[in-house]
Design a protein around this ligand. Structure first.
Ligand code: NAD
Ligand code: IPM
Ligand code: MN
Length: 354
């Protein structure tokens, strides 16, 4: 049995997860995938009511008893410091050692791309964001907080092991798929120490992959190149903070945050899948959020579980929905979240009756 933990979370996370779950249940029934979806109510509401974000035992339960985790989104104005999200989101990314944040940037239809003259062939690459280190580790602190002399220190932690394993993953991904180039991006012209480590590891590992072209851009220039010539990229690997930023740029190249999928991967452990977007509070509860990012994320999860064919079906169905304008308003349609989700389910059904 494939037990899947489903955490809808906050805001639009709840609405888009509902649609992703409908798609998963439909495929489960049709293809007897033996998925068992188990819902969890972790999120701001529970945290505010009970003080519970996510108990430690829960992480152990996920680690030992689940095939994967699906997360909608977290974030609520009533928890301004994101305390609950830290425990839930970072709890999983760090606690389950999901060191690979896989974020595909794939344009389905040129109408969705804000760049003039770029087609689906031009925007098709993956970003590997390091997911357990860097500025996200939470080390640092305040000194003289609340005074005019206040100091706030946020440290960027980069370990040899951490840098090596994400860069290796990027090279191995490229090699396994017959891709010909890996681009590493850092800010080694200004951030000397972490930059030196990233540069050195990239060079060293590069020697193990002689058939793959090695390319480097400073992160500011990379951001510009993603807009100027996105077609040059196949695989990008970068640190946690830079990866966060450039994958929002990447999302927009695909039509916006509502279209972007991601996986938090531990190649030897349980993985967590979530759309790139957040809880979009201004859209919450209005049936307007685009569910396709979440649905495509469900596809990434199925692919990871070994259900390649079903993952492909999801992608094809979303493509059809985009092509025929059965979409939410953010990408030019007129449908609500639930209706756009249903459209994908209907396209799926036509795919296997063809
Ligand atoms: P956001 O991704 O929630 O929304 C930014 C904007 O993108 C929205 O206002 C909307 O215009 C658009 N958008 C996002 N998702 C969309 C969708 N599915 N359909 C249509 N449009 C969509 O980012 P934010 O406003 O910066 O953050 C809101 C909250 O979410 C914050 O608390 C933030 O910390 C949190 N957040 C959580 C995650 C996560 O759980 N993985 C990711 C990003 C942000
Ligand atoms: C993302 C989000 C998170 C991140 C936030 C909510 C902490 O922006 O998944 O991209 O920075 O990783
Ligand atoms: Mn982000």
């Amino acid at each position: 049995m494939n037990k899947i933990a489903v955490i809808p979370g906050d805001g639009i996370g709840v609405e888009v997860t509902r649609e992703a779950v409908n798609v998963l249940e439909l495929l489960n029934k049709k293809f007897l995938l033996d998925l068992q979806l188990v819902q969890f109510d972790y999120g701001a509401e529970k945290y505010l009511k009970t003080g519970i974000s996510m108990p430690k035992e829960q992480l152990e339960d996920f680690r030992h008893n689940y095939a994967a985790i699906f997360l909608g989104a977290l974030g609520d104005a009533r928890v301004p410091d994101m305390a609950h999200a830290r425990d839930i989101l970072f709890g999983m990314r760090f606690g389950l050692d999901q060191y690979v944040n896989l974020r595909p940037v794939k344009l389905f239809d040129e109408r969705l791309c804000p760049l003039k003259g770029k087609t689906a062939n031009d925007v098709d690459f993956v970003v590997f964001r390091e997911n357990t280190e860097g500025l996200y580790v939470g080390t640092g602190g305040f000194f003289k907080k609340g005074t005019a002399d206040e100091v706030a220190i946020q440290e960027s932690v980069n370990t040899y092991k951490g840098v090596e394993r994400i860069i290796r993953h990027a090279f191995e991904y490229a090699k396994a798929r017959g891709l010909t180039k890996v681009t590493m991006s850092d800010k080694s012209n200004a951030l000397r120490f972490e930059g030196d480590l990233w540069q050195r590891v990239f060079r060293q590992l590069g020697e193990e992959f002689p058939d793959i072209e090695k390319e480097h851009w400073y992160i500011d220039a990379l951001a510009m190149q993603m807009i100027k010539r996105p077609e040059q990229f196949q695989v990008i690997v970068t640190n946690n903070m830079f990866g966060d930023i450039i994958t929002d740029i990447g999302a927009q190249l695909q039509g916006g945050l509502g279209m972007a999928a991601s996986g938090n991967i531990n190649p030897n452990g349980v993985c967590m899948f979530e759309p790139v977007h957040g809880s979009a509070p201004k859209y919450a509860g209005k049936n307007v959020a685009n569910p396709f990012g979440a649905i495509l994320t469900a596809g990434l999860m199925l692919e990871h579980l070994g259900f390649q064919k079903q993952a492909q079906l999801i992608e094809t169905a979303v493509r059809k929905a985009v092509k025929e304008n059965k979409t939410t308003r953010d990408i030019g349609g007129t449908l609500g979240t639930a209706e756009a989700g249903s459209a994908v389910c209907e396209f799926l059904e036509t795919l296997w009756s063809d």
